[in-house]
Design a protein around this ligand. Structure first.
Ligand code: GUN
Length: 341
């Protein structure tokens, strides 16, 4: 037995040399190889296209919006408050608005200067909370230092909180009750479910403990599949910046699923994983490409190295990112339909 997960390991001598094949619930290649009496090492992970999955989900949302309108309901509307001139935030907001338009959700961006006071910002949020034409509302983060982000997140009405950052939504998530789930965590969940990756009884490492990403992902995956908001029934270890690298490696080497949301390029390398692991890379890092000198976007995983051992992997870009935007749209429709509150 090769490991707790792999099940069966076979050795076979062929004209291609001695090969070593594993039969796992994730292995698609195995049966084909057996049929041909040729057993190979799995050489490449299946790359999960978040772009493709997100397109599928946007189509579903678009259909649901149309049905919702056909029943005589008001068009779902997303309001985004954007403070200051952080270029990354402007790009993220532009993508959210563009995606909303493609599914028939109307939207608006309320731009405010970086010197806005917290009181003024809370006032804008209050007005949108009271506006019945607004179904979903979010304040793009980060906010300038003089503004308390927690107070701002808690000022958004829970039923319009499409980010799922309000303390009531977070509390309900932690209690396995239905709630609006933060879009990145919902994206990771949806990727796992739609790809058919088994979580029941599996060993999961979540690298990163942020309240908006790592923590809600861990909450979803460890919790009970029979509860009001069903969870993944996995055994979950959360690691963070103070987890020594050798301890991180001991955990990741045992993991069936690794979710990385640490913001550290190449945090996870091939020597840290077991064969057949599924890896979801939530990292977004901008680094200089040593080959071209240009700035490129990379995740938290040494993609080249780990694809040789993993069963599944999400790329960066084109993995979790587009799925997160799709799940925000889903949250907006859910809020409009008042399915949670
Ligand atoms: N900044 C980075 N990610 C997010 C997000 O998911 N929501 C908000 N409001 N701000 C962000």
């Amino acid at each position: 037995m090769a490991s707790s997960f792999t099940g069966i390991r076979l050795l076979q001598r062929t004209k291609y040399g001695t090969a070593n094949a594993r039969m796992t619930t994730w292995s698609r290649d195995y049966h084909t190889d057996i049929a041909c009496s040729r057993i190979f090492y799995r050489s490449k992970a299946q790359i999960i296209s978040g772009t493709k999955l997100a397109k599928e989900i946007r189509k579903e949302i678009q259909k649901d919006v149309e049905s919702w309108l056909c029943l005589g309901n008001r068009r779902p509307h997303l309001s985004v408050i954007l403070v200051g001139d952080n270029q990354a935030s402007h790009t993220y907001v532009k993508n959210k608005i563009k995606a909303a338009n493609t599914v028939g959700i109307s939207s608006e961006v309320l731009l405010r200067p970086s010197n806005i006071t917290e009181e003024e910002l809370l006032d804008v949020i209050g007005k949108l909370n009271r506006d019945s034409s607004v179904s979903g509302l979010l304040v793009q983060l980060p906010l300038p230092e003089h503004i308390n982000e927690r107070d701002v997140c808690n000022a958004v009405a829970p039923e319009k909180d499409v980010d799922g950052f309000h303390i009531v939504n977070i509390g309900r998530l932690c209690l396995d009750q239905s709630s609006i789930i933060p879009a990145t965590a919902a994206a990771v969940w949806e990727i796992i479910k739609r790809t058919g990756i088994e979580t029941f009884g599996k060993n999961v490492v979540v690298a990163g403990r942020s309240k908006n990403v790592g923590m809600p992902i861990a909450m979803l995956l460890h919790s009970d599949g029979r509860h009001e908001r069903p969870g993944g029934d996995a055994t979950v270890t959360i690691t963070h910046r103070y987890t020594p690298k050798d301890l991180l490696k001991r955990h990741t080497q045992l993991a069936d699923i690794i979710i990385v949301a640490a913001g550290i390029p190449k945090l996870i390398t091939a020597d840290m994983i077991k064969e057949g692991v599924a890896i979801i890379d939530v990292g977004i890092n901008h680094i200089e490409d040593p080959a071209t000198g240009k700035t490129i976007m990379v995740g938290d995983v040494d993609f080249e190295g780990v694809t040789k051992k993993a069963s599944f992997i999400t790329p960066v870009p084109g993995g979790v990112g587009p799925m997160t935007v799709a799940m925000l749209l889903k949250n907006t429709l859910t809020a409009a339909q008042k399915l949670i509150y």
